[in-house]
Design a protein around this ligand. Structure first.
Ligand code: HEM
Length: 509
């Protein structure tokens, strides 16, 4: 009896093994039958290197979408890039299969050597990533949580109005200063100085070095990772000295505001902030403190420059569309009146201004090609083979300028979000412009609040229009810079207070 059982077991195992071999060979055959998504034909060895655009890659990617379909691919020096030109596919891939589509690429210079891999945007998918996301989620992960920070938004936006009133020609500088000031208040409860603020300067230097160190093609080591083993004294290893210096800036940007909060807490005068509320959770391990420090710094690196692009583009849109300015001002005047500035409590009563803020996020793509998601496992999607290690790039610009979803996409038109009699509103761009899946922007509620309050307060007190110089109207052009975070190129516009009353409101404490 025992013998028979053993015999049957052995046979079972052999058959199971043969079955597995068969399955494996079938799967491999299936994989061979599933090819990569279509795309331009590349060259031997280097692949599609010559097809890659050097600027405004979203336009080329959109063209590939027209030619090859909403999912296409190219391979550059062995690296597969999957390009998505549709929200439906992005959701099905990055949301529904998020457990294998949520890693980030390894960037040798910026990420590994300089150390930006410790900030959320480049953090590899894993335990630390999940902890950072939890910290973001429990601090600024909903409109309800954002309530505690809305007074900071209002206060810094008032300061912004004052700066614009005094020097309208320096709009771009004021927008940048305000975005940094809002983030530092929320991340560390820190009130920035009007001029030469040490934390703002440090953060600006570090974020500029981030752009330089992560620019594609900026450093050889990103193409030849083995160069990291070269000693720093070796001829040609100058990148190592640069990395060490930039890494020191980054560490200071992380440490200095963190220590400031700890000193304030010890003195019992720390205002509520992302860092102070997390530091209050006791007891904290060294790892907890590392997470708090670096996730708080991730707020600045993720939030400051993005908000700058959105708010600067709002002024451009207003200069180009006087009819929108008039309509929004009429709504604000009717709901808020002229005796006070609008605030967040007015938001529900301002449907047109809300639609305008949505249109700002749609019309100007802040992150036109988002941030690549790295695939951690082979996959078959819509019949195409998606190899492990591929980078998935969602063409957010195309998604928010898709004429099938947003007719006449280049036109700035808030009405598209207001359902007309018998008609439905076009889809909310906030479902798209903050990305997809587990890496979706964790600062979206903060970004949304910043854009709304900037639009509402600015329109309440300023007339924004085209500049007239020597009797000639200067026509602003809507053109964007190339980069992960894309900005409207500098433009001129006229910003004038609407009335004496508006001046008093801006100047009031
Ligand atoms: C208009 C403003 C903003 C836009 C359009 C925007 C858009 C995005 C997009 C598209 C991503 C990549 C999502 C993906 O990989 O699928 C992202 C990631 C991120 N954003 Fe934002 N963002 C904005 C503002 C902010 C703000 C205000 C903060 C911080 C307070 C922030 C923090 C981050 C961080 C930390 C990440 C990385 C998330 C991760 O890798 O897990 N962003 N954002």
């Amino acid at each position: 009896m025992t013998l028979t059982l053993n015999f049957i077991n052995t046979l079972d195992i052999i058959f199971a093994f043969l079955g597995l071999l068969l399955l494996k060979s079938l799967l491999q055959r299936r994989r061979r039958h599933n090819s990569l998504p279509p795309g331009p034909k590349g060259l031997p060895f280097v692949g599609n290197i010559l097809d890659m655009p050097s600027e405004k890659e979203w336009l080329t990617f959109a063209r590939w979408g027209e030619q090859w379909g909403d999912i296409s691919s190219v391979t550059v020096l062995g690296q597969t890039l999957i390009i998505l030109n549709s929200a439906r596919i992005a959701m099905e891939m990055l949301d529904k299969k998020s457990s294998i589509y949520s890693d980030r690429p390894t960037l040798q210079m910026g990420g590994e050597l300089v150390g930006w891999k410790n900030t959320l945007v480049l953090l590899p998918y894993g335990d630390r990533f999940r902890r950072f996301r939890r910290l973001f989620h429990k601090s600024i992960g909903s409109n309800a949580l954002m309530q505690q920070y809305l007074p900071s938004e209002e206060l810094e936006t008032r300061r912004f109005l004052r700066r614009v009133l005094n020097k309208p020609e320096d709009l771009a500088t004021h927008v940048r200063k305000t975005a940094g000031a809002i983030i530092l208040r929320i991340s560390h409860g820190y009130e920035t100085r009007e001029n030469n603020d040490p934390f703002v300067e440090l953060a600006d230097t570090a974020t500029e070095q981030f752009s330089l160190s992560t620019a594609p093609g900026g450093f050889m080591i990103d193409l030849v990772p083995a160069l990291r083993h070269v000693p720093s004294w070796f001829p040609g290893a100058g990148f190592k000295k640069i990395a060490a210096s930039w890494s020191a800036t980054l560490v200071e940007m992380v440490e200095q505001p963190h220590n400031f909060v700890k000193q304030q807490m010890a003195a019992g005068i720390a205002p509520i902030s992302f860092t102070s509320s997390l530091l209050e959770t006791k007891p904290l391990t060294d790892e907890d403190e590392f997470d708090i420090k670096w996730s708080s710094a991730s707020l600045y690196s993720g939030g400051a420059d993005t908000a700058v692009s959105a708010i600067y583009s709002f002024f451009l849109a207003m200069a180009l569309h006087p009819e929108v300015v008039k309509k929004a001002q009429a709504e604000i005047d009717a709901v808020v009146g002229n005796d006070r500035l609008p605030d967040f409590s007015d938001r529900e009563q301002l449907p047109y201004v809300n639609a305008l803020a949505k249109e700002v996020l749609r019309w100007n793509s802040v992150t036109p090609t988002a941030v690549p998601h790295r695939v951690t496992q082979d996959d078959i999607h819509e019949g195409y083979f998606i190899p492990k290690g591929s980078l998935v790039i969602v063409n957010l610009w195309k998604l928010t300028h898709d004429y099938r979803v947003y007719p006449d996409p280049e036109r700035f038109d808030p009405e598209r979000f207001i359902p007309s009699a018998g008609g439905v509103a076009q889809p909310d761009p906030r479902e798209i412009c903050f990305g997809f899946g587990r890496r979706t922007c964790p600062g979206s509620y903060l970004a949304d609040a910043s854009v709304f309050i900037s639009c509402a307060m600015s329109l309440a007190v300023f007339d924004i229009s085209k500049c007239v110089e020597n009797g000639v109207v200067i026509e602003p052009v809507h053109e964007n810079t190339t980069g992960t975070i894309s900005h409207p190129k500098p433009f001129k516009c006229s910003i004038k207070p609407r009335s004496q009353k508006a001046i008093s409101l801006i100047q009031a404490d």
